[in-house]
Each structure stands twice: as C-alpha cells, then as structure tokens.
Write a protein that binds this ligand. Structure first.
Ligand SMILES: Nc1ncnc2c1ncn2[C@@H]1O[C@H](COP(=O)(O)OP(=O)(O)OP(=O)(O)O)[C@@H](O)[C@H]1O
Ligand SMILES: [Mg+2]
Length: 139
C-alpha cells in the first residue's frame, strides 16, 4: 500500500503566504486523480485550518496523509489554545480582531465548515499551549 505524507509549516500572521499550503495540497490531490468531491472537502478543511493557525496561533503545521481508505489531516499549533471548544464550534462565534475582520476573515465559520467536510472530526486543546485538529475524510 502506498501512503503519501505531506507536511507544511504555517507561520503566524503571514497573510502573504496564507493559503499556500492548502492550495499545494489541493494540487497534489488533483495530480493523484483523487475524486473532485473529496479534493474539495480536503481543500476547504485544510484552508480553514491553515487560516486559523495564521490568525489565532503562534505558528504550527499541517500534515496530510493520503491513505488507501481516506485522507487524514492533522493541524497542530502552539498558541493560546481554545478555552471553550463547544463555543468555538458555534457558527458565527469569533474572537478575530477588527484588523483581521477588515481582511475578510472572522465570520466564525471556519471550524463549522471543517466539521461539515469531515467524516471524523476532533479538536484537542490545552490552554496557553496548543491546539490540535484531527480530521478524516473517507475516499
Ligand atoms: N488554532 C486556534 N488557536 C486558538 N484559537 C482558535 C484556533 N482556531 C480557532 N480558534 C478560536 O475559535 C474561534 C472560531 O474559529 P472559526 O475558524 O470557526 O472562526 P474564525 O476563525 O473566527 O472566523 P473564520 O474562520 O470564519 O474566518 C476563533 O475565533 C478563535 O477564537
Ligand atoms: Mg477560522
């Protein structure tokens, strides 16, 4: 069985590079001939996870493992963490600054969108330490 693993480092507050990792991931999946519906879900989930690392964390990385049964996405950062995960999962909830909202982010839709794309979804967070998102999308 061939397994492909992709890892991308994500820098905090870097709005120039932001979105590059997820578009690279999308390109690789297309090249591998992964179904467009699956590629679309992975692209949305990785984009939202990438932007959350850029906006809300001190920096981190995204790892994508393309396996036989599905695609596993892990997004891990160092940062403030999430105090109330249930609240953070609600549509429209955001702590984004005015500056970030002026850039067009901060609708509070990223995490709910990731969940919608996922067959398995888990957030683990330790306050003032890190946040880890684990997503599985079946092939
Ligand atoms: N990696 C993270 N580290 C710390 N807090 C986070 C992280 N990801 C999300 N959050 C918290 O959860 C909230 C909701 O996240 P979500 O992605 O749904 O919305 P948003 O990032 O605020 O806006 P949008 O994604 O629509 O641009 C964020 O405002 C932030 O408070
Ligand atoms: Mg977000």
């Amino acid at each position: 069985m061939t397994v492909i693993k992709l890892v991308y480092e994500i820098d905090k507050q870097d709005f120039v590079k932001a979105g590059q990792a997820s578009s690279e991931i999308k390109k690789v999946l297309k090249q591998l001939g992964v179904a467009s519906e699956i590629t679309r879900k992975v692209a949305i989930a990785t984009y939202e996870a990438e932007m959350n690392i850029v906006i809300h964390s001190f920096g981190g990385y995204i790892e994508v493992i393309i396996g036989e049964t599905g695609i596993k996405i892990m997004a891990k950062d160092r940062g403030p963490g999430i105090k109330d995960i249930e609240l953070a999962m609600q549509e429209g909830y955001t702590t984004a600054s005015d500056k970030v909202r002026e850039l067009g982010f901060g609708a509070g839709m990223g995490l709910p969108n990731i969940k919608r794309c996922a067959d398995e979804f888990q957030i683990k967070s330790i306050l003032n330490k890190h946040t880890e998102l684990d997503v599985f999308i079946r092939l």
